[in-house]
Design a protein around this ligand. Structure first.
Ligand code: URA
Length: 430
């Protein structure tokens, strides 16, 4: 079939066959479809959505467009976790060594920062010497020696996603749920992990803030991943405020280490535990809160992180004394009025940090690892005028920027109850 015939069928809202979707993916991979044709497909898919069979075919095609590591053939019970992205979300940094220290191997090919959210790979690169690029052989070696490997997807993984994502970015089709599903899973499933838990964020700091839409995304991803042979479930978790007490690359690494010592903030620990238990359950292993807490308090999870960091190039003196400097210009964010903390514009908080240099405004830009926000309150808290809402760590003093951070906090007269931190669990119905 010619591209325009496939496009005409999708434009008319028809369900494409796996072969037709395969043509699109081949066209994106070998360049035989023009950007105009790919853009037309993406727009039609975004408008009409995709049927589950189409989403599955698109995911499978994109997955097959590049390397597949099939690590589960050599490492049984291999687990993975993915987050749809949030502000202050450092769960992966804690979960990977924690679950590995409990005996389940963990592989993660993680992403770079996207929009207002930071990426796990970027955060970990705040550690002096640490290298996030590895190939299959190096990844396998890490898994055999330590039971944990965290890296970034190589250029050979899902090349079709790279072409399609660049066009989505220019055509207003990034937010399409089936396109997000295929994009994320084509990279995630490339390692061949046996189980995958998805942390699908909702609320003001999430890519998909609306709860019903986030649930649809979770369902689509769970359905497609299971159909392709990876045991997958999802938890909907709240991103109406930053997760934990810190946002910013170096600060989040330090907070993750604190959490690995059993001294982390309650919300971060709760989300990490819930996702750890969930991924273990997918492998048929009972890993409850007590076991996870014991791995933190015994030091074994912390030690696993440091063994991993050393093996991936971290400097020995950093491992022995893991400090990271924050940016020097501090500014306190004080509450302009009394009341109750009703809302935080968490997406805006993320973008303001990007503006301050603590994230990438465009691909390839340098990140100032020391830029950070300490978040001192929680939704629902009673607030006194003049009390600290948080503290900024900037490279250059900027009162205007600090005021715009304060504007992200909404304080009202009436008491408010925050949304639940951990919402629905989405499992495969197939
Ligand atoms: N992350 C991805 O890799 N792809 C998307 O479409 C959205 C987030």
């Amino acid at each position: 079939m010619l591209p325009f015939e496939i496009l005409a069928r999708k434009r008319a809202g028809k369900c494409l066959t796996a072969e037709e979707i395969g043509e699109v993916v081949a066209g994106a991979t070998d360049g035989s479809w023009s950007d105009a044709q790919l853009a037309a497909f993406l727009m039609a898919a975004a408008i009409h959505e995709l049927e589950p069979s189409e989403t599955r075919a698109l995911t499978e095609g994109m997955l097959g467009s590049g390397e597949r590591w099939k690590l589960d053939e050599e490492i049984p019970h291999l687990c993975d976790k993915h987050s749809t992205g949030g502000v202050g979300d450092k769960v992966s940094l804690v979960l990977a060594p924690l679950v590995a220290s409990c005996g389940l191997p963990v592989v993660m090919l993680t992403g770079r920062g996207l929009g207002h959210t930071g990426g796990t790979a970027d955060k970990l690169e705040a550690i002096p010497g640490l290298v996030m690029d590895f190939d299959r052989a190096q990844c396998l070696d890490m898994l055999r020696r330590l039971g944990v490997a965290i890296g970034v997807a190589t250029a050979d993984i899902a090349p079709a996603d790279k072409s399609l994502y660049a066009i989505r970015d220019q055509t207003g089709t990034v937010e399409s749920l089936p396109l997000i599903t295929a994009s994320i899973l084509s990279k995630k499933l490339a390692t061949g992990a046996s189980s995958l838990v998805l942390d699908v964020k909702t609320g003001s700091g999430a890519f998909i803030p609306d709860l019903a839409q986030a649930e649809r995304l979770a369902t689509m991803m769970v359905t497609a991943a299971n159909a392709l042979g990876c045991h997958t479930s999802a938890l909907l978790t709240d991103m109406s405020q930053p997760l934990g007490r810190w946002v910013g690359h170096s600060a989040e690494v330090l907070e993750a280490l604190e959490t690995l010592r059993g001294e982390g903030p309650e919300d971060l620990e709760a989300v990490t535990f819930a996702l750890s238990t969930e991924v273990a359950r997918l492998e048929g292993v009972d890993l409850d809160r007590d076991a996870l807490k014991a791995a933190l308090l015994s030091g074994s999870a912390y030690e696993k992180f440091m063994q991993w960091a050393l093996a991936q190039g971290a400097q020995r003196d950093w491992v022995d004394s893991p400090a990271l400097p924050l940016a020097p210009e501090e500014a306190s964010l004080t509450a302009p009025r009394s009341g109750f903390l009703a809302a935080v514009d968490t997406r805006r908080v993320g973008f303001l940090l990007v503006e301050a240099g603590g994230g990438r405004a465009k691909p390839g830009a340098e990140i100032d690892m020391g830029v950070a926000l300490r978040y001192d309150v929680r939704l629902g808290d009673p607030i006194d005028a003049g009390q600290s809402l948080g503290r900024l760590y900037l490279r250059r003093a900027d009162d205007g920027l600090a005021r715009r951070f304060v504007d992200c906090f909404e304080v009202v007269d009436e008491e408010v109850s925050p949304p639940p931190l951990i919402g629905k669990r989405i499992v495969d119905k197939g």
